[in-house]
Design a protein around this ligand. Structure first.
Ligand code: DHB
Length: 397
């Protein structure tokens, strides 16, 4: 089999890339190692930036998002047992975000791809990419028990942090930058109404907590927990009690969360990681295959979307003009945005979490920083711009 763009990974970045290429008249094949049910059910983040929503709509994937997605015009920060709102449109010239789960984006893109896109193979396990520095890179994979090869003009690795595509960039060429964090998140889904009409990011002496949502009747909630935590040590009542304690406000001491059935419970590690460059020869890396952010601030999915938007424009430019200039600029273009998001995610994470080694001095610095956001329009605008995402320029991303 031969294709113009071989895409490794059928998560949101691989599927969005396939859709954007299809709309530009460029053929592709998507190879996904898992089965369809797994891909459509794995729980991930739930916040889409303005620019991500704009592109999904333009790509013809915005219909259910417009019906079921929930636009949000701000977030609430809680610290020192007080609440402060950050108003996104007022601070950013009208930008906002949407609550629409990554798994829903994936379902919409899978349906489109199967309806009228190029091949999307599930349970196609990729072993490696050969000839990255030739003009005919080859993907080796196993599908339906048979070893196969896909010959491509270009290969894009959208296969996540544990994927194989990154190995196509030789060790001597690759530089990785990494940071781990001394805490994790315990994330739950619960059949309970949202805690509040907007998301709440809470700093407390007991650690960080985040209240998000999936619908009018389903909450998505996160608690900072120590690394190595076993979810079994967190029976439902313990989770609700801890959420009550971390979201507590002096102004309303009787307030409690509305509890409901916990339908999923998992511990998520926190890590920052960047691999540079994001391209070697004819192999391009996108999304988690090239970079990871800790989840605080919900940048991961949006950053992955930004990568493939830049890449799809570059492939369309090549097709229309014969110029590879935008493809050649891909890594530098993306890495500017990646490092901005790395900094913002690090900032949100380290400002809101309680490091077990943290001194009282450092706690005071966190509270001062949060107070700055609450009292300075400039500091609030900096947070709001990063949270709603930098606009994607018409050609340079
Ligand atoms: C969600 C996840 C995040 O990491 C975040 O910052 C906000 C919301 C979510 O899953 O809804």
């Amino acid at each position: 089999m031969h294709t113009t763009v071989g895409i490794i990974g059928g998560g949101p970045s691989g599927l969005l890339l396939a859709r954007l290429l299809h709309n530009a008249g460029i053929d592709s094949v998507v190879l996904e190692s898992r089965d369809r049910a797994y891909v459509e059910q794995r729980q991930r983040a739930g916040i889409l930036e303005q620019a991500t929503v704009d592109v999904l709509r333009d790509a013809g994937a915005g219909e259910r998002l417009d019906r079921e997605g929930m636009p949000h015009d701000g977030i609430e920060l809680r610290y020192g047992r007080r609440a402060h709102r950050v108003d996104f449109p007022a601070l950013t010239g009208g930008r906002r975000v949407w609550v629409y789960a990554q798994t829903e984006v994936v379902k919409d893109l899978v349906a489109l791809q199967l309806a009228d896109g190029g091949p999307l193979l599930f349970e196609a396990e990729v072993h490696g990419v050969e000839g990255a520095d030739t003009d005919r890179p080859v993907i080796r994979y196993t599908h339906e028990g048979r070893e196969q090869t896909l010959t491509c003009d270009y290969v894009v690795g959208c296969d996540g942090f544990h994927g194989v595509a990154r190995n196509a960039v030789p060790e001597g060429v690759r530089t990785t930058y990494e940071r781990t964090y001394p805490y994790s998140w315990l994330g739950i889904l619960a059949d309970a109404p949202p805690v509040y009409e907007e998301l709440i990011y809470a700093h407390s002496e007991r650690g960080f907590a985040l209240a998000s949502m999936r619908s009018e009747s389903v909450s998505r909630l996160y608690l900072q927990v120590p690394n190595g935590t076993d979810p079994a040590d967190w029976p439902d009542e313990r989770i609700w009690d801890e959420l009550d304690a971390r979201f507590a406000l002096d102004a309303n001491p009787e307030w409690r969360l509305k509890r409901g059935t916990v339908t999923s419970k998992a511990v998520l590690p926190m890590r920052s990681h960047v691999t540079e460059p994001m391209r070697y020869g004819r192999v391009f890396l996108a999304g988690d295959a090239a970079h990871i952010v800790p989840p605080t601030g919900a940048k991961g999915l949006n950053l992955a979307a930004a990568d493939v938007i830049v890449l799809a424009r570059a492939f369309a430019h090549l097709k229309d003009t014969g110029s590879a200039d935008l493809l050649d600029a891909y890594s530098d273009t993306c890495l500017r945005r990646v490092w901005r998001a790395e900094h913002f995610s690090y900032f949100m994470t380290t400002t809101l979490h309680a490091d077990p080694e943290q001194s009282p001095f450092e706690t005071k610095l966190q509270l001062s920083q949060l107070d700055r956001v609450a009292t300075s329009e400039h500091a609030a605008a900096e947070l709001a711009e990063n949270y709603t995402g930098l606009p994607l320029g018409p050609a340079n991303g």
